[in-house]
Design a protein. Sequence first.
Length: 160
Amino acid sequence: MQKYLVVSFINPENVSDTFSAANWPLHCTLLPNFSTEASLEGVIQAVNKVATSHQQIIVEIGDEALFGPDANFPVSLVLPTRQILEFHASLASRLEALHITYDNPQFVHEGYRPHITIQENTRVNQGDFLTIKVISLVDMMPDGDTTRRKVIKSFELSHD
């Protein structure tokens, strides 16, 4: 069974196809880790369908918070606008049709809190505005390697 997640990289032009799990590029999580036995092509088609049916999303960065089981991962919260919440719901619905299983289902739908993890050398700041133009499907264990991540495909959101 393969494991994925859907993100929007803050600086997609600086993201390589593969990277260390310990050194994620700055990103906003749009759909948290999920696994599926569906074909990769089916997952790609589902994500593409959502991307092409939604406009770009302008988000504002809010307060900081601590996430994780031990509340030790600092994040910048993304203000939960209707647009980002609807986009998340569309992704979840489309992929749930493929019988996916979430690692942490409590963080999906009503439990979804859009955020950007603060990295050691980079972050976003409260009051910043960002435009989500491109989303990426990421393989959480390419070739069975849980220490690496691989961008499978990126998808542009509609300009309309």
